[in-house]
Design a protein around this ligand. Structure first.
Ligand code: ZN
Length: 105
């Protein structure tokens, strides 16, 4: 895998440990220093705006804005970048601020 591909994978990570885990899942061994370096480089909070920090909720990638399918209200990101081991995908959990409808995607 190229460093660009690794970057695409780990830029959503919320911690150094997560960077290392994602890298390892993709066949790249990172020691503590390398993982921290990658986290600082790819997920450094200093490069994010306040909006992105709010939206990321612990991660470093801004989630898409989601509209409630029930009432059309604003969906709030409640869980970011959850790993679904069974389907091998990441998803986020949103909750409608108006009616409480929960959406995973
Ligand atoms: Zn709603």
């Amino acid at each position: 895998m190229t460093s660009k591909e690794l970057y695409e994978k780990v830029r959503g990570a919320g911690s150094v440990e997560e960077v290392r885990k994602i890298a390892e899942e993709n066949g790249v061994k990172l020691d503590d220093n390398a993982a921290r370096e990658a986290f600082d480089k790819y997920c450094g909070k200093k490069e994010l705006s306040d909006d992105e920090l709010d939206a990321a909720n612990g991660g470093c990638r801004k989630g898409p804005s989601v509209v409630c399918t029930v009432c059309g209200g604003e969906m709030e990101l409640v869980q970011f970048h959850v790993y679904d081991r069974y389907n091998d995908v990441y998803y986020s959990v949103y909750e409608c601020t108006a009616c409480g409808h929960v959406y995973e995607g």
